[in-house]
Design a protein around this ligand. Structure first.
Ligand code: HEM
Length: 77
């Protein structure tokens, strides 16, 4: 059973508008849907990320690639 991504788990770090950059991350609100999907799946498989990627691995590893793709379509450009 896939659980929909809970955006409330993200807003503390990324902001409700996805524009917060205080942890050294990109402004997610300015990213394309495709780039967000690639980033989220990349954190899960280890192919994407910077010095703080460990924070994101824990956020995305519980979701399927399909769920991350679907959620990415709801945010970004
Ligand atoms: C990076 C989404 C939860 C902290 C990113 C990026 C995306 C994203 C798309 C790529 C932007 C980039 O390359 O800088 C999400 C989603 C979340 C979530 C959808 C919830 C499911 C969190 C939480 C934290 C966090 C809870 C803080 C504990 C960060 C940091 C980066 C990042 C520090 C940059 C990591 C690196 O590559 O060095 N996030 N995020 N995120 N996120 Fe999240």
């Amino acid at each position: 059973l896939m659980a929909a991504v809970n955006a409330q788990a993200c807003t503390g770090c990324h902001g409700a508008d996805w524009a917060k950059t205080s942890m050294g991350n990109k402004n997610v609100a300015e990213m394309s849907k495709a780039d967000i999907a690639a980033a989220l799946k990349g954190y899960k498989d280890g192919s994407y990320g910077g010095a703080k990627k460990g924070l994101m691995v824990g956020q995305v590893s519980k979701y399927s690639d399909e769920e991350l793709d679907a959620f990415s379509q709801t945010i970004g450009k």
